[in-house]
Ligand binder design. Structure first.
Ligand SMILES: *Cc1c(COP(=O)(O)O)cnc(C)c1O
Length: 243
């Protein structure tokens, strides 16, 4: 992909974001686009940065270690790096120095490790809690499928959130989810609506602000915007299909 291809793709994505925001009566400034650059070369990331992209998402620690320092060297405006993939606990110490935001907090254990590491770096790490809303599809995330009808699931998740809130060096910004792939993107709507409702319940139950909902990918982002997404994680629509 050339800079020109990436620019054209980015323009098309921004246009679709604007259209979905207009439909939902939302201001496009409320929606942050994270360009998911996993499996894509450094040159593609630098090209997207030249086109004005400032937020990038990676899902594997080893790959991120190879790419992030080089990209940071090559660009004038250092990107904001989002970790969006599952983190094995023995790799937490590699994640903390590389990333600015972690979307994939899926166990109390990984949260505790990252809080400890952030404290050693004398910073607070912004994080999102990955939630498994759809039940079958996602492999990772705190179990919350059908939380409205299942008191035990809700109680369990509430208990975990209470513990996560005690971690002093994590700033819990909100929730993240992945919808299953459907040919008809309309089918993702109940999942995104459910995540938004879960966020509302947590905000009022814990008296906290959870401003961010990280949801919506290439296949389903217009629906996610309509249901309140504040962060979109989009890869293929920007960088093309992955090998
Ligand atoms: C790969 C990935 C994305 C982006 O998916 P696309 O279909 O390329 O837009 C978003 N979120 C997560 C967690 C991913 O792993």
């Amino acid at each position: 992909m050339t800079v020109i291809d990436i620019k054209a793709n980015l323009d098309a994505v921004q246009e679709r974001i604007a259209t979905a925001c207009a439909r939902a009566n939302r201001n496009p400034d409320e929606v942050t686009l994270v360009a998911v650059s996993k499996k894509k070369p450094i040159e593609a990331i630098v090209a997207a940065n030249l086109c004005g992209m400032r937020h990038f998402g990676e899902n594997r620690v080893e790959e991120a270690m190879e790419k992030i320092p080089v990209v940071n060297e090559q660009v004038d405006e250092k990107p904001v790096w989002h970790m969006i993939g599952h983190i094995q606990s023995r790799k937490a110490k590699l994640v903390e120095p590389l990333f600015d935001v972690v979307h994939s907090i899926d166990t109390l254990k990984i949260a505790e490790k990252l809080s400890q590491l952030a404290s050693e770096s004398q910073r607070t790490l912004p994080v999102l809690l990955e939630v498994n809303i759809s039940g079958e599809a996602a492999k990772y995330g705190f179990e919350a499928s059908d939380w409205k009808n299942k008191p035990a699931i809700k109680a369990n998740f509430w208990d975990t959130v209470a513990k996560l809130q005690q971690l002093p060096y994590l700033d819990i910004r909100g929730l993240m989810t992945m919808a299953p792939f459907y040919d008809d993107m309309e089918r993702t709507r109940p999942i995104f609506a459910d995540l938004a409702e879960l966020r509302e319940h947590l905000q009022s139950g814990f008296h906290v602000a959870l401003p961010d909902l990280s949801m919506g990918m290439t296949n389903d982002f217009p629906i996610a915007i309509e249901e309140g997404a504040t962060i979109l994680r989009i890869g293929r629509a920007i960088f093309g299909e992955r090998a």
